[in-house]
Each structure stands twice: as C-alpha cells, then as structure tokens.
Design a protein around this ligand. Structure first.
Ligand code: HEC
Ligand code: HEC
Length: 406
C-alpha cells in the first residue's frame, strides 16, 4: 500500500516536472521541510540525492558551462592535467600524482597500503581523486579542507617528498610551462602556488555523477534493476547504511570507528612500520600513545582527543567498483567482504585492545541479513559506479638542452 502511494506521488511529481525516486520497499521515507529523510533508531538521516556540479571556490575560479559543470578546455584545467602527470612535482623527479592515483585503477592504487616516494612506504590506502572535488574534509582523517591545500601536502609530504624551491625551478625552466602558466593565470610569477590551483581545477573535472544510482535518484526508474532496488531499500533501512552514507555524497563527512581489522602489513614489513612510525612522530603523539599504538589512530592525529582515536571519515560510495581494496588500511578486497563485515555489526575495536577504552560507534549492530539480502545490497553498491573515467596521457614538455641565463 505504502509503496503504491509513493509511486502515485512520484508520478504526480513527475507530471509537475519534479522527478522523485521511487522509494519502494519497507524503509519509510519521512518528509520534513521539503526534504526526504529515513528514520532509524528515532533519528532522521537525509535520503540519498543525485550529485550536481562540484562547488568552485571564489579564490580559484575556473570556466563552467551553462549548468555549472567545469569546462575541460579551460587553460587552468589543461595545465592541471599536465601537472597531474608531471613527476617534476616530487623530490627526486620520479613521482607524479598519477603514480598513486592511476586512472586505470579508479584514480587510486590497487594495493592495500599505498607506495610513497621511492624507498619508503606510505601508511594508508590511496584514495580516489574522483569526486574529491565535493569533499569539504579531505584525506581519511579529514585533515585538509580544500584541494588547493591538499595538493602541496601530497607533493611535499610522505607521498612526493618534494622541495618547493626545486619544484619551482624545474617548472620555470620549461618554456612550454611558462606559456601555460601565463595562459592560465596571466603570469608565471607564482608558479608553485598556481600549480596547486591548476591541479585543483583539473581534479574538479574528474567527477562521477551519472551512475545508475544517480540516474534512479533523478527519476529514471529503470536505471536500477529489481535486485538493486531491494538493495537500496536495505541500505535505507534494515542494513542501516543511510545513518552515515547519506545525502548527495553518500557520506555525512563525519568520523567513526567501525572496528576494522588491523592491517597485518604494518607489523610484518619494516618499510611500512617506518612509514607508520614517522607519521606518529610527525603528529606529535604523546609518548604513551606512541608506545602503545599498533594501528592508525585516524582523527586523533589531528585533534589529540582520546575519543577520536581510531575514527575515520565516512567514505563516499560513488565509483567504488574501480577502487578496491577498501577502507583506510585497504583491509578488504571486495564489496561482499564489506557487507559481511557490516552484517556482523562491524569488528573488534583495536583501540580497546591497545588502550583499554572503546571508541567504536554504537550505530553498527548485527543486521541479520540473509545471503540473498547481502547479494542485493552488493548489487545496489555496484550501482554507485558509472562509466570509467579516462583522460589522454599528456606528452610532457622537457627542459631545453640549453637554458638562457639572460
Ligand atoms: C606516493 C603516493 C601518492 C602520491 C604521489 C600522491 N598521492 Fe594523493 N593520496 C595518497 C594517499 C595514500 C592518500 C590518503 C592519505 C591520507 O588519508 O592520509 C591520498 C589522498 C589524496 C586526496 C584525498 C582524497 C579524498 O577523498 O579525501 C587527494 C585529493 C589527492 N590525494 C590528490 C593528490 C594530488 C593532487 C597529488 C599530486 C600533487 C597526489 N595526490 C599525489 C597517495 C599519493
Ligand atoms: C557508523 C557509520 C557507518 C555506517 C552505519 C556504515 N558505514 Fe560504511 N563507512 C563508514 C566509514 C567511517 C568508512 C571509512 C572507515 C575507514 O576507512 O576506517 C566507511 C567505508 C565504507 C566503504 C569503503 C569505501 C572505500 O572507498 O574504501 C564501503 C563500501 C561502505 N562503507 C559501505 C557501507 C555499507 C554497505 C553500509 C551498510 C551495510 C555501511 N557502509 C554502513 C561509516 C559507516
């Protein structure tokens, strides 16, 4: 009955030119102030919504079309496209953004723990840069608020190990880059600052907004098949995913400890343990925390609040088909494993083991999903991925044989 009523409502809305998704099933949508929510444990969570164009910051404008989508032929985007592939933006000139955000691997890496600059290891899983343009908290622990501030920390930190002066000199010695900076920014006087801005403009063109889920949410009822629609109903209700993966981004951009398994690579491989310890030193961990921790402390690195230990940002779910393994420590290989993990109510809290107090979220509970229900949920999760995003590999300009010193 309810679902018939909703369908009628959807038809009526379409007649008015307002497409509404058909929330068929048992999870009950609640309307409040013109917005749709799902209620779980007495709390309201914003329904999933289709994704529109990414926000563009006022201090780094770029060309957009009539609907607000970033233009690919903007000179800033073109420069950013080159720089994304440019290894000059790293310490030894061998690592580009593309090295760890490989377009053929969903603009991420398919290893559990990312590589870093040569000879070292990173300590977290490499995130996709697709749709990073929408996030207001970047990185697994949300320690950066914009693409413009994220890019230098990638090039200079554990990823690239670049020195600012060296990277500046490498760019300005190449006449083609000087020209591209002039076309994009009016001058080549501030190349490194502008390099981060161009990279950001380029990343704002790497958006995935036309997945079957987006199309369904825009009112295209046959964009999802029956199993996926059943999976969506579980997502919004029985499986409780909507509590954190909600709204436009399928992420509330908040932080939780799910009780994920530890990453065994940390204890077994010296290079990874070095990457891990260096980050713990770098975050200024108090001695006691440094000595006791065997795993990534997540948000605690940023805040030094005990209740933040082991918390990580809710990941958005679009494009995930292309980006296994999953989670900040790459500890799960596929979406079945992910769903089984949630079905058990998450895992054991390693913060409790290491420190004697728990930070695990109480939102995760045993779900009692049947095998068929888990299949439906996985089918729905697969609907979050639209076409693969591939760009042309640019032919990078090289420094000339001789450089004029005049
Ligand atoms: C050596 C590997 C490596 C290189 C090189 C690298 N990254 Fe990353 N990137 C990572 C890892 C690992 C993370 C997650 C780090 C964390 O959360 O602490 C990440 C995270 C990001 C994110 C955050 C995405 C999100 O959802 O929050 C963006 C954006 C990004 N990188 C862009 C870049 C850009 C731009 C460059 C080049 C200037 C670059 N990266 C170079 C490994 C790398
Ligand atoms: C309590 C909040 C919460 C709930 C409920 C929740 N998630 Fe998550 N989800 C997260 C957080 C936080 C992460 C990242 C955690 C990390 O890496 O430590 C995540 C990560 C994921 C990832 C990995 C994405 C990637 O790029 O690595 C998938 C897939 C996922 N969740 C699906 C689901 C599904 C399906 C459900 C419902 C069965 C669900 N989540 C319920 C908070 C939640």
């Amino acid at each position: 009955m309810i679902s018939t009523a909703l369908r009628l409502l959807a038809v009526a809305a379409m007649a008015l030119g307002l497409a509404l998704p058909a929330w068929a099933g048992t999870a009950k949508p609640v309307q409040k102030d013109g917005k749709t929510y799902f209620e779980i444990d007495g709390e309201l969570f914003p329904a999933l919504e289709p994704l529109g164009p990414p926000p563009i910051p006022k201090d780094n404008p770029q060309g957009v079309d009539a609907d607000g989508w970033p233009l690919k032929n903007d000179p800033k985007v073109k420069l950013g496209h080159f720089l994304f592939f440019e290894p000059a933006l790293s310490g030894d000139g061998s690592v580009s953004c593309q090295t760890c955000h490989v377009q053929g691997a969903g603009w991420a890496l398919n290893s559990a723990i990312s590589r870093s600059y040569p000879g070292q290891s990173h300590w977290r899983n490499s995130q996709s840069v697709v749709n990073a343009a929408y996030m207001s908290k970047l990185f697994w622990d949300g320690h950066t608020a914009s693409l413009e501030t994220q890019a230098p920390s990638a090039a200079k930190g554990l990823a690239g190990n670049g020195k600012q002066d060296m990277m500046t000199a490498r760019l300005t010695v190449v006449p083609e880059y000087v020209e591209m900076f002039e076309a994009a920014f009016g001058s080549a006087n501030n190349p490194i600052h502008d390099a981060w801005r161009a990279l950001s403009a380029f990343q704002r063109t790497l958006t995935s907004t036309d997945s079957p889920v987006d199309r369904y949410l825009r009112g295209e009822e046959d964009a999802l098949d029956e199993a996926q629609v059943r999976g969506m109903d579980l997502f919004n209700g029985k499986a409780r995913c909507i509590m954190c993966h909600n709204g436009k981004l399928a992420s509330d951009e908040k932080f939780y400890n799910l009780g994920l398994p530890r990453q065994p690579l940390f204890s077994n491989i010296a290079k990874n343990q070095i990457g891990f310890r260096s980050q713990n030193y770098g975050a200024g961990l108090p001695e006691e925390m440094f000595r006791k921790t065997k795993s990534d402390l997540g948000l605690y690195h940023r805040t030094h609040n005990h209740e933040d230990a082991g918390l990580f940002r809710t990941q958005p779910l679009r494009f995930i088909e292309y980006t296994p393994p999953y989670y900040h420590n790459g500890v799960m290989d596929d979406l079945f494993e992910v769903v089984e993990f949630y079905n058990q109510g998450g895992g054991e809290d390693y913060i409790l083991k290491d420190f004697g107090y728990s930070t695990k979220t109480d939102r995760l509970k045993e779900l009692n999903l049947s095998d068929d229900e888990m299949d439906d949920l996985v089918a729905f999760l697969e609907g979050f991925s639209g076409p693969e995003i591939l760009v042309q590999i640019p032919l990078l300009p090289k420094p000339p044989e001789r450089v004029s010193t005049k």
